[in-house]
Design a binder for this molecule. Structure first.
Ligand code: IVH
Length: 677
């Protein structure tokens, strides 16, 4: 194939991938399976690796790139990024509508567009020649911060738009899109679980989480957080309105391949706006992301211009803010929960209260410092807030005539509420921990974690079963699960033959769980899902990991001293070593998926000779070794393959004499296929 043909093939593949990215990440309606999509990406990666000179910045493989070197540069906005005035009631909205009509003139036709007010952070994206050139935060409204590297990792942000698409949408090749970066609730929950596992404070809400993520100096981390971008303004390069009407702009942005929120509607008058608001409030709890109101915009760009701005906000748009999902209730007592790592978490037991349609009875208080910060006394009235699926949080103590202060100061227990062992607090930590590794509360939580979805996936191992197994002394440690019999299970309450067998089958099935799941399941402090995956990939076996010292562990990406110390400590404990051995004896295989995949060339010896067309010697060697193969300097009978390039000399001859297989660079890359990533 000629170079041009290959370039054409690569570009066609990219367009195909862009199409499927759009179906998956923007339209939520994929046409192919994840595996097929991954296959296309792998194909592109392999081609690009073979032709590094053809890699372009807008290739779907290039979303995660280098780090911003000196923090984020400040860049002026094409036109100020303003905020909106808020209204909080029907009355205020009607006032705003009246003012718009007055200013527009009696005979002007005023039409509105209603959109969801997404609770994230606003972002301006600049496109040049149809390619994403820059992503800017709002900053102070006049100048923003250049966070391009991070924005590129958001899959719903197109890196490149074809001429055909631009033309169909009626857009110039240079333009600007403004919209909102949000963190979907699922990604938010996942991030907080990981943060808690890593001993960090969870983020308060998805908006803070999104804002914090976008300002991270590690595009890698941003890519893993799964942010989303919703477009709501289309501007020209000079910062003028790109379309005559807002609804036209939204439709064009959708056509271009941006995610545009589906919940939007034209409203011919304020009554229609109010109906939209009512519908939005109903939908609010069923969305996968947070909204905090409705944005109402005058549809006509010409009329927008006439209405103009008041100081900091446009007169032609307004934010109807929902009432905060908060409520005031009383703290009846404070209970302390013991987690699977022994961490003690204080939880406020509340007088049941309604918050945004849900009855709340408990709220987390995180740790002793948080109680101190709030100045909370038992019996206090507090404001609690709930966002999306998030566990409610105590925001502040409320005090007025109707809400007198409580009296009793909460004293953090000196002994574990579950097992009466000593509790300790490390000097640099906010949390108290139960020192007893056999603490029943820890065991209960460990078992529940071990069996949960995303860990060992043992369906049926719920709280009711776990508590009974422990009470009857059938399970004293994780590995006891694998010795359970049908007879034993049948003696438990509310377990029949069918569910007993099903649970045993689930336990049996879990023996196949790969190494990373088992590692995650063991509950080593600071080893969350992702760290477990990395460790499994890097070390490839339980034994290698158990034998690793702190230095070796820290050579792994993302593993710092705290994590490495915790791992070494864990495997240093005899009881943990015993646990692993008992699991192994029970039939757990601890298979490391990745290592298997990348040991494709395991045991194979290669000799490189001559100049390869694309890869340098060093690169070829690295690739072979990464796939588990060896590279030797001289050809012998033990050599499996000679990779020959141009001007290959005596080594090639020797290979031919000894009957050793000779391949070229393409042959080598073929063998390495599937190794990419
Ligand atoms: S229009 C000058 N539309 O709300 C117009 N903003 O309180 C300003 N927001 O800074 C933005 N969803 O971060 C607009 N559909 C939407 C929005 C939206 C969320 C945010 C945006 C803005 C803030 C104003």
């Amino acid at each position: 194939m000629s170079h041009m043909e290959i370039a054409g093939q690569i570009e066609a593949l990219r367009e195909k991938i862009r199409h499927h990215e759009n179906r998956y990440y923007v339209l939520d309606s994929p046409e192919i399976s994840d595996a097929e999509f991954d296959g296309l990406m792998r194909e592109l990666k392999t081609l690009e690796e073979a032709h590094p000179e053809l890699v372009t910045e807008d290739s779907p493989t290039q979303r995660v790139g280098g780090k911003p070197k000196d923090g984020f540069a400040k860049v002026r906005h094409s036109r100020a990024m303003l905020s909106l005035d808020n209204v909080n009631s029907e009355e205020e909205l009607r006032d705003w509508d009246r003012r718009v009509h007055e200013l527009a003139g009696a005979d002007a036709k005023v039409e509105y567009v209603c959109e969801f007010k997404l609770d994230g952070l606003s972002m301006a994206l600049h496109y040049r020649d149809g390619k994403l050139a820059r992503g800017l935060t709002r900053g102070d409204g006049e100048t923003g911060e250049d966070v391009t590297m991070n924005v590129r990792t958001i899959r719903s942000v197109p890196l490149s738009l074809s001429e055909a698409k631009l033309e169909a949408a009626g857009m110039a090749a240079n333009f600007e899109v403004r919209g909102e970066v949000v963190m979907p609730l699922e990604a938010f929950d996942k991030m907080n679980v990981e943060r808690e596992e890593a001993g960090l404070q969870p983020a308060a809400n998805p908006r803070n989480a999104a804002a914090g993520t976008i300002r991270t100096l590690e595009p890698n981390i941003v890519a893993q957080r799964r942010l989303d971008f919703y477009a709501y303004f289309a501007l020209t390069e000079a910062g003028e309105d790109a379309f005559g009407e807002q609804d036209e702009a939204l439709n064009a942005l959708g056509k271009l391949g941006f995610r545009v929120n589906e919940h939007r509607d034209a409203a011919k008058d304020v009554e229609a706006v109010l109906q939209f608001v009512a519908r939005a409030e109903e939908k609010r709890n069923q969305l996968g992301y947070e909204i905090d109101g409705v944005v109402v915009k005058v549809n006509s760009a010409a009329l927008q211009k006439r209405l103009g701005y008041t100081g900091r906000a446009p007169r032609w748009a307004v934010a109807y803010k929902f009432a905060a999902r908060s409520s005031v209730t009383r703290v009846e007592s404070i209970r302390v929960q013991v987690g699977r790592t022994g961490k003690l978490t204080p939880v406020a037991v509340l007088t049941p209260a309604e918050v945004g349609g849900v009855t709340v009875t408990h709220a987390t208080l995180h740790n002793a410092d948080e109680i101190e910060r709030l100045g909370l006394l038992i019996g206090d009235w507090v404001r609690i807030e709930r966002g999306g699926d998030v566990i409610p949080k105590v925001v502040e103590v409320v005090e007025d005539a109707a809400h007198p202060r409580g009296h009793e100061k909460f004293v953090f227990p000196e002994r574990c509420p579950a097992c009466d062992s000593e509790v300790v607090r490390a000097p640099d930590e906010a949390d108290f921990r139960c020192v007893n590794v056999d603490c029943p509360a820890r065991l209960r939580e460990s078992l529940l974690h071990f069996g949960s979805r995303g860990v060992m996936n043992i369906e049926g191992l719920g709280e009711a079963v776990v508590v009974q197994l422990m009470d009857r002394g059938l399970v004293r440690t994780l590995s006891d699960l694998y010795g359970l019999t049908e007879e034993q299970l049948l003696r438990l309450e509310r377990i029949g033959e069918k569910s007993a067998r099903a649970l045993l089958a689930e336990i049996e099935k879990s023996k196949d769980a790969p190494l990373d799941r088992v590692l995650f399941g063991l509950g080593i402090r600071f080893v969350g899902e992702r760290t477990a995956q990395t460790l499994a990939e890097e070390f490839g076996s339980m034994d290698a990991l158990m034998a690793a010292g702190q230095d070796e562990l820290e050579r792994v990406n993302d593993v710092g001293p705290r994590v490495s110390e915790s791992i070494v400590e864990f495997f240093h404990e005899q009881r943990n070593k015993d646990l692993v051995e008992r699991l192994r004896a029970s039939g757990l295989r601890f298979t490391a998926e990745k290592r298997q995949k990348s040991s494709q060339l395991e045991g194979k010896t290669f000799v490189l000779t001559g100049a390869l067309p694309n890869l340098s010697r060093e690169e070829a060697k690295e690739k072979i070794e990464a796939a588990g193969g060896k590279v030797s300097g001289s050809v012998s009978k033990k050599t499996h393959y000679v990779v020959a390039g141009e001007d290959a000399g005596s080594k090639l001859e020797k290979a031919q004499k000894l009957g050793v297989a000779v391949i070229d660079e393409a042959g080598l890359l073929e063998m390495l296929k599937g190794e990419a990533e």
